[in-house]
Design a binder for this molecule. Structure first.
Ligand code: Z5A
Length: 217
């Protein structure tokens, strides 16, 4: 396919603790670069000076009594800045953007995990980012115990990593429910070896890429 016929696409990676998003992001970036595409990689919360500042507060284990709605508002403040300052400009330049987490995480963590009603999150989504959506999403699904074990092997626990197992069970269920409602979300069994997880995701990405070529003919 002639790469000049494609326009920038927005790819997001989702999943609970230790699912392997960071590892997959590198493989996707390499795959897209091999196609001759320009790729911007980024993450949430973060991706801008404001977003990284808010990330520091959101993950700070010493801030133990943040209310769920304040947490949600900070996630969306970071996201609004990120969409406007980084994501949309990169897409407008024809680049592909690969982002570690996006709005699906707010539905899973602040919605299913913290108990905020989905209609409240949808209202933030409308107000703050005008319902801007990814083009394709990979949801890395892993049982909570395995994810926590993997994540526990890296660094000291942040504010989210200090949550109890039942919180992460709700988050996992929330992600899987959401995947039922959006065809853009591809669920990948992340209990597999990293090479297999990568292969499954790149298979979906290749089909998505081929379909883009079809629609550009
Ligand atoms: N959050 C939120 O609440 N609401 C929102 O709207 C948003 C975010 C956007 C920060 O996210 C927190 O923000 C997050 C949710 C919340 N907290 N939690 N939980 P983050 O993405 O920065 O944090 P994270 O999810 O905790 O990252 P992570 O633990 O690093 O997960 P990962 O990126 O999916 O995993 P990884 O770093 O690629 O892998 C972890 C380890 O497992 C590493 O040693 C790998 O080598 C290993 N690994 C990975 N895959 C495999 C396989 N397949 N086999 C064996 N070993 C593996």
């Amino acid at each position: 396919m002639d790469q000049k016929t494609t326009v920038g696409q927005f790819v997001t990676l989702e999943g609970a603790e230790g699912a392997g998003k960071s590892s997959l992001l590198v493989a996707i970036e390499d795959w897209l670069n091999d196609k001759g595409l320009v790729v911007t990689t980024t993450r949430e919360p973060g991706g801008t000076a404001l977003g990284e500042g808010l990330r520091g507060l959101l993950l700070d284990p010493d801030l133990s009594n943040v209310t769920p709605i304040a947490e949600l508002a900070m996630m969306f403040a970071a996201r609004a800045q990120h969409v406007s300052e980084v994501i949309k400009p990169a897409l407008a330049r024809g680049e592909w953007v690969v982002c570690d987490r996006f709005t699906d995480s707010s539905y899973a963590y602040q919605g299913s995990g913290r108990g905020i009603d989905a209609s409240v999150i949808a209202a933030f989504e409308r107000l703050m980012i005008q319902r801007f959506q990814p083009d394709i999403t990979f949801l890395l699904d892993v049982p909570v115990d395995l994810g926590l074990k993997r994540a526990g092997e890296v660094g000291t626990p942040d504010r989210f990593e200090r949550e109890q197992k039942d919180f992460f069970e709700r988050v996992r269920a929330g992600f899987l429910d959401r995947a039922q409602t959006a065809p853009r979300i591809h669920v990948i069994d992340a209990t597999n070896a990293l090479s297999e997880v990568t292969g499954l995701a790149l298979g979906h990405l290749d089909r998505f890429w081929q379909d883009l070529g079809q629609s550009n003919r």
